[in-house]
Design a protein around this ligand. Structure first.
Ligand code: ZN
Length: 452
């Protein structure tokens, strides 16, 4: 039963019910689970691993609720830099269609490495194409190597261009094969127990790339196993127009009719939800993964996050795929969430502490977890430490908690997941970092160069 002692943090941000911020704080954990949190003087004096956090602010590990890790291979592709969502997808689909198992494995390694180095300890992933023998397994193996808590979702596309959908026919799968593989990966990898390191979800890509039948069958299948449901919804005005034209319903009504509302569902984006849909999500406990950088990058608009929070909707943050947000930095996402709300609604539309709460407690609730998102007894020992001596924080000593969101964005100095040190000195220490980056660079070059 290995024990872990964190002590002497300048401030330890708990996100507990009282939202305590403890000067000189620390915690004691056993076997990856927190037993005590408080001023360092009140904690045990030693442990198997002791980390002195002098000069650092410690927060609960940040939680990423939406990503497409494979897109790390196609950042800043010249022909997709300036397109809106549908044009952007049509440019990138053929490139992604040439990936295989190694592309998925290595891009997931590098993408998760980037995330943990910004303080992320739990990440979701939405993988919705499986070309050339690629499988969800390839991404899960990478997450296990990094040591991050992982929520892979088995995505899918079934309506190709010839059927009026957006993706090329070569990238869509038969619906019976999709459902069978969802069953396979849930049975092989999903761990529903507390402190689980892998929770599988079911995730048709979006209403414009799968049939009504697959949306419904996916929801039924997920519920039969008690796993989460995830998709993209109401991302921009084109998306809403497609829904009205094709289904005769706004995205919220379409989702509700097919069983896609409830505390086991989280939708990415929701930029264009109207007041009725916000009420529906609040009533049903449906979660939202807010991805401000991606929404700005693709010109999708400003998600009504203030309105969602006020209505009681569960909201977490997501960095989204690396081809529509070419940076996977959780504090940057919190910072942009704050700034973007203020752009449309004026100053103080979102506070720094609210933004940090979205990145921790909000993310945990969005993913349906009560064992992460806060530093308190009974929760997982998942935490991030940021060096307050960094130039990013110079002159901000009055309020280091707010500085985490207003300044920077700073990278994490140390990160612990499940009681294990994953980042030390700002670098992921669980894998051969340079080897992964080198291989990733080669695969990315090959993939993108071959496209032109
Ligand atoms: Zn996405």
């Amino acid at each position: 039963m290995p024990t872990l002692l964190i002590r002497n943090a300048d401030i330890l941000v708990t996100m507990d019910a009282a939202r305590r911020e403890i000067p000189g704080g620390g915690l004691f954990a056993r076997d990856g689970v927190i037993e005590q949190v408080g001023p360092s003087a009140e904690l045990p004096k030693d442990a198997d691993v002791t980390l002195d956090m002098t000069g650092r602010i410690v927060t609960p590990g940040l939680i990423n609720t939406h990503h497409h890790l494979y897109q790390n291979l196609t950042r800043v592709v010249p022909t997709a830099q300036n397109a809106l969502l549908f044009g952007w997808l049509q440019t990138l689909y053929p490139i992604w269609g040439r990936m295989g198992p190694e592309h998925i494995h290595v891009s997931t390694l590098v993408g998760l490495m980037e995330l943990v180095e910004t303080g992320c300890t739990t990440s979701s992933d939405h993988l919705y194409m499986f070309p050339n023998g690629a499988r969800l397994d390839d991404s899960i193996e990478a997450a296990v190597e990094i040591g991050v808590r992982f929520h892979p979702t088995r995505g899918s596309m079934s309506i190709g261009q010839s059927q009026g959908g957006l993706p090329p026919d070569a990238l869509v799968e038969r619906e019976d094969a999709i459902l069978a593989d969802c069953r396979r990966v849930i049975e092989a990898f999903n761990d529903p127990t507390p402190f689980s390191m892998v929770r599988v979800g079911v995730a048709p890509c979006s209403p414009f790339s799968v049939s009504r039948g697959l949306m419904k069958d996916s929801a039924d299948l997920a519920r039969s196993y008690g796993v989460g449901l995830h998709t993209h919804l109401a991302e921009n005005v084109e998306d809403v127009a497609y829904s009205l034209k094709t289904f005769g319903a706004r995205p919220g009504a379409y989702a509700e009719a097919l069983g896609w509302c409830g505390p086991d569902v989280w939708h990415a984006h929701c930029v264009q939800l109207d007041a009725g849909e916000i009420g529906l999500f609040a009533r049903t406990g449906t979660g939202v993964a807010h991805c401000p950088c991606s929404n700005m990058r693709l010109g999708s608009g400003v998600a009504p996050v203030r309105e969602m929070i006020d209505a009681g909707v569960t909201v977490g943050l997501g960095v989204d795929g690396s081809a529509s947000n070419d940076s996977a930095h959780m504090l940057n996402e919190a910072r942009q969430a704050l700034l973007l709300q203020r752009v449309s609604k004026g100053g103080a539309a979102l506070t720094a502490r609210e933004a940090l709460e979205l990145a921790t407690l909000g993310g945990a609730k969005t993913l349906g977890r009560s064992d992460i998102g806060a530093l308190e007894p009974g929760k997982a020992a998942d935490l991030a430490a940021f060096d307050l001596g960094d130039v990013a924080f110079a002159g901000a000593q009055w309020d280091p908690v707010a500085a985490l969101v207003f300044c920077g964005p700073a990278r994490a100095d140390r990160v612990v997941v499940n009681g294990r040190v994953v980042v030390e000195g700002g670098r992921c220490v669980t894998i051969d970092r340079e080897k992964a980056l080198l291989r990733h660079g080669m695969l990315a070059r090959q993939l993108v160069n071959d496209a032109f």
